[in-house]
Design a protein around this ligand. Structure first.
Ligand SMILES: CC(C)(COP(=O)(O)OP(=O)(O)OC[C@H]1O[C@@H](n2cnc3c(N)ncnc32)[C@H](O)[C@@H]1OP(=O)(O)O)[C@@H](O)C(=O)NCCC(=O)NCCS
Length: 168
C-alpha cells in the first residue's frame, strides 16, 4: 500500500540523495529559472522558517520510503508565475519517486492520487496544479491519467479542477 507521511528531520539526507539521482535531477534542475538541486534542498532545510508554507511529505510503499512530494497554497508562492490559472483555492504540487526500482509500476499515479485526496479534503481547495517540463512524459502521463488537463498549448502547467467545489 502506498501512503504519505510528514517529512521528518532524519529523512532529509535520503531526500537529498534522491534529488541528486540522475533520473530526478534532470527534471528538478531548472537552469532557465536559475534553480539547482541546492535550492530545493535549501527550501526543505528552511521548512520551519521561510518555507513553512510548504507541506513536505515522504512517500512510503509498504512502509519503505521511496519518494518525496510537497504541496502549498498557490497564494503563498508569491514568486511563481501561474499564467491564466485562477490562484484562489489553488494548490501546487511537486513529486518524485527517488528509488528507481519503483518507477514505472503505477506508483506515480497513486502518489498523485493521494495528494489529490489530501488536498481535496481541505475546504478551500478548488484546483491542483503542477508545472512540469514539457519533455517529462512520465510526469505528463501520470497527471493526465489522474484527470489533470494541460492549461494551454504553449505551457507545461497542468490543472485539476474539483468540480464538487465549483460554483455553478
Ligand atoms: C513522474 C513520476 C512520478 C511518474 O511515476 P511512475 O511511477 O514512474 O509512473 P507510473 O508507473 O505511475 O505511470 C504513469 C504514466 O506514465 C507513463 N510512463 C511511466 N514511465 C514513463 C516513461 N519513462 N516515459 C513515458 N511514459 C511513462 C505510464 O505508461 C503511465 O501512463 P498511462 O497512465 O497513460 O498508462 C516518476 O517517473 C518520477 O518520479 N520521475 C522522476 C521525478 C520527476 O520527474 N518528477 C516530476 C517532476 S514534475
Amino acid at each position: 500500500m502506498l501512503t504519505l507521511r510528514a517529512l521528518e528531520d532524519s529523512d532529509v539526507p535520503l531526500v537529498s540523495e534522491w534529488l541528486n539521482k540522475e533520473h530526478v535531477k534532470r527534471w528538478y534542475e531548472l537552469p532557465h529559472m536559475g534553480v539547482g538541486i541546492d535550492d530545493w534542498l535549501a527550501e526543505i532545510n528552511a521548512r520551519d522558517g521561510d518555507f513553512k508554507w510548504i507541506t513536505y511529505q515522504i512517500v512510503l510503499w509498504q512502509g519503505k520510503p521511496i519518494g518525496f512530494c510537497q504541496f502549498y497554497r498557490c497564494e503563498d508562492s508569491i514568486d511563481e508565475d501561474f499564467g491564466t490559472m485562477p490562484i484562489e483555492g489553488a494548490y501546487g504540487i511537486d513529486y518524485l519517486i527517488g528509488e528507481s526500482d519503483y518507477l514505472g509500476r503505477g506508483l506515480g499515479k497513486q502518489m498523485i492520487g493521494l495528494l489529490m485526496e489530501t488536498i481535496g479534503s481541505f475546504p478551500d481547495a478548488k484546483r491542483i496544479t503542477a508545472d512540469i517540463d514539457q519533455d517529462n512524459r512520465a510526469s505528463a502521463r501520470s497527471l493526465l491519467s489522474c484527470g489533470f488537463v494541460l492549461l494551454d498549448d504553449e505551457g507545461s502547467r497542468y490543472v485539476w479542477e474539483d468540480k464538487s467545489k465549483q460554483v455553478i
